[in-house]
Design a protein around this ligand. Sequence first.
Ligand code: NAI
Length: 301
Amino acid sequence: MLEGKVVLVTGAGGGIGRDFALAMGAAGAKVLVNDLGTSVKGEGSDAGPAQKVVNEIKSAGGTAAASTDSVADWTAANRIVQAALDYFGRIDAVVNNAGILRDRFFFNMSIEEWRAVIDVHLNGSFYVARAAAPHFKSQESGAYVHMTSTSGLIGNLGQANYSAAKLGIAGLSKSIALDMAKYHVRSNCIAPFAWSRMIGSIPTETVDQKERVEKLKTMETAKIAPLAVYLVSDAAKEVTGQIFGVRANELFLFSQNRPVRSVHRAEGWTPKTIAEHAVPALRTGFYPLERSQDVFSWDPL
Ligand code: NAI
């Protein structure tokens, strides 16, 4: 499905990104495998993971090259896009997948923990997308896939930095889709659920915990890749501005924010009439304080 296309996948040295890169290569794309080779927390770097994935693609008969720059720096992000052009002469798709976690309850979160996560996810997605934009615009084609998360779309405990970044990415993707539609450039998000090192630190001491983790392991990282391959392919040429989810064998289309109820008062509102009239009328539309796992309450299928 991707014959002749050049696809850049960030954070492709492991986890979901590695499977993206392998699947893009198997679908015929030339793949720029970017990965800083850092820890889950974003500490340290290692050129090994990106090169290893390149070797895997090549030994399966595909074409790939490695980039070990960080997405979290504007100059480095430009080098990543330039590497795709240098190796393969063009760029057709960007998959913004690189990510780290620095979980902490909001009231204890440090400025450093906030910045590190915003830098890799939100700023990194902007930098790499923006660096590719002039090429997409002038060739009047291109596809972006960004990784969002139900931590942002729905909510999760202890992830203010990550949730804010991931919901920000949904807004970024929609803006790109709007701004670049006239150049036939598309932008979509995937909220994945996958057993990777990112969620692999869940404790497994009790029988219940062990059972839960066995179920989570059915959410294989490779299950996310077919949707990403489809989204960057020409088969998806009508698909833009959407947010999809993948969890094992389930695919989801997510809602996007729209007004759910409204109230009107011809003379305008005071705090008192808001309390007495508006909020009782709106309250039935309130959302409970749910986390992702409250909404996705059934086992992965
Ligand atoms: P992972 O930790 O296995 O892979 C992330 C990769 O990104 C690593 O190989 C890491 O070296 C690389 N990376 C980190 N910082 C980088 C930087 N500055 N520049 C370049 N590469 C960098 O994690 P996983 O689970 O594969 O996550 C992939 C994406 O999916 C992330 O954006 C994550 O937030 C998102 N996601 C994952 C979920 C899951 O269930 N695993 C749930 C929701 C979202």
